[in-house]
Design a protein around this ligand. Structure first.
Ligand code: F0G
Length: 467
């Protein structure tokens, strides 16, 4: 249990339980009731800055790694560890990019759409925000091995932090054939122990929890509450990119629901601290082939309900999935998840942010991805779910044409070249193999390579014809 004098501690998210734990305890769930844990702060005694402008001053001290990091620049808003214990590999140097062409595709005013490009992180996805926080906690408690189950990006991030810092050894659980080559190559290249189990992400997640408990390995999946502290900073950087103005909408893909949970916590805390005067709305976008949140929230009416969600709705849905032997299936392999571990926290975030949930098809994801590539920095399929979701919400009239919208691009374009090349290919068999099998029927925005004989005149002709 946490002591009354603790400035930071862990706390069960269920208001009916609320059991507390000291900050140096290693837990991924409440011992009393099994619910998720939060990292909670005694803000009255910690006295964080009274204005977000305070953080701009840190840019002038970029030679200091703690000011350079886009996570630890905001240390005062995630003060669970002393500066001396902080682990950083330069994460969070990201960009909030105005994307007029993508705005047009989404159907909103050209200067109102922004893409938060998390692909610029050292391992190429948003995961590094959370990993630096989890590593910081792991360091304070002296862990020597860290494990995760992954659809590829968490594992790439864990492996990168292990190889750069040498603080821990990485143990990675992945489902067979469920991870894109870009991501698998990272885990192998960074030297992680990679355990490929016969099954999918949901199986790997169940197993890694078991193995880490049994073997005392530090778990860095987003059930680890410290991960989410790091991921809060994505929202701080969005606000920073907008000169501290609050947007109308944050649109994010939903997989294990760590980001949406972290974003809700970030905004609730900023509001409580008086650092923002309103909370943006949150839209969480599932892939239609991995749509547990959509099914539960939109179709079956599951709500946080001020901390008393009707969990019978969840267990009966999972029983149905089991009975029908239904597995998650989407081209957006990063979010190919049917049992999101942060479900309860995400429900809380949706309540705090007046949120909505939608599902988008693989066709919509791939078309949105092509538009992001053509009008922005590019992204992997899962990330494009945010843009496809924003477009859907605009068509429904839920998002207004003048509203300011931020879509989170969670992962780098090069994470999954197979999907991208298949979309743009002229080889119908390749298209069918990778995308047709997922119900993608056409590539409306394909940019096809032009085949030309090795003849200079023909080459010139082709350039003149197509440029
Ligand atoms: N986008 C990308 C690129 C991801 O890798 C993930 C999750 C998500 C979105 C979903 O985020 O869990 O916060 O809802 N990838 C995990 C992994 C599951 O293992 O890399 P979430």
């Amino acid at each position: 249990m946490a002591a009354k004098t603790d400035l930071a501690f862990q706390k069960c998210i269920s208001p009916r339980c609320g059991t507390t734990y000291a900050i140096d305890e290693v837990r991924v769930q409440c011992e009393a009731c099994g619910d998720l844990l939060d990292v909670v702060y005694d803000w009255d005694r910690l006295r964080p800055p009274t204005s977000l402008m305070y953080f701009e001053e840190k840019w002038t001290r970029r030679h200091d790694p703690l000011c350079f990091s886009g996570v630890w620049r905001f240390h005062e808003l995630l003060p669970f560890a002393p500066q001396s214990q902080i682990v950083t590999i330069g994460e969070g140097q990201t960009l909030l990019q105005s994307a007029p062409a993508v705005a047009q595709f989404v159907g909103i005013q050209s200067d109102r759409l922004f893409l938060e490009y998390e692909g610029m992180n050292p391992s190429g996805s948003f995961k590094d925000n959370g990993m630096s926080a989890a590593f910081t906690h792991a360091r304070t408690i002296g862990a020597s091995r860290a494990a995760c189950a992954s659809t590829g990006n968490t594992s790439a991030s864990l492996a990168a932090y292990c190889s750069v810092t040498r603080l821990m050894k990485a143990v990675i659980f992945i489902g067979t054939g469920k991870i894109s080559y870009g991501k698998l190559s990272q885990a192998l290249d960074y030297g992680a122990l990679t355990v490929q189990i016969a099954g999918d992400f949901d199986d790997a997640m169940a197993r890694v929890k078991e193995a880490s408990r049994e073997l005392g390995i530090y778990l860095v999946n987003s059930v680890n509450p410290f991960r989410l502290e790091g991921q809060k900073t994505i929202m701080y950087r969005v606000l920073e990119g907008l000169r501290w103005q609050v947007p109308d909408w944050i649109v994010v893909p939903g997989g294990n629901l760590g980001n949406s949970s972290a974003f809700g916590k970030a905004f609730s805390e900023l509001y409580e601290l008086g650092l923002i005067d309103r909370i943006p709305r949150l839209a969480v976008i599932n892939a239609a082939g991995a749509n547990t949140l959509y099914e539960l929230y939109d179709r079956r009416g599951l709500r946080w309900n001020q901390g008393a969600p009707n969990l019978d709705i969840v267990s009966s849905y999972y029983a149905e999935l089991d009975q029908a032997r239904r597995r998650a299936s989407t081209i957006a392999s990063a979010i190919e998840i049917n049992r999101p571990v942060n479900l309860n926290k995400c429900l809380r975030a949706l309540e705090a942010c007046d949120g909505v949930v939608r599902e988008v098809t693989d066709q919509e994801i791939m078309d949105a991805k092509a538009q992001v590539g053509a009008g922005g920095l590019g992204c992997e399929p899962a990330s494009a779910a945010s843009v496809a979701g924003a477009r859907l919400l605009r068509h429904e009239g839920v998002i207004g044409a003048n509203e300011r919208v931020v879509c989170i691009l969670t992962g780098h374009q090069l994470k999954d070249p197979t999907a991208t090349v298949a979309y743009h290919t002229t080889d119908q068999d390749k298209f069918n193999e990778v995308l047709g099998s997922r119900g993608v029927q056409r590539a409306a925005y394909a940019n096809r390579a032009v085949a030309v004989p090795n003849d200079f005149d023909e080459i010139v002709k082709a350039i003149q014809l197509y440029s």
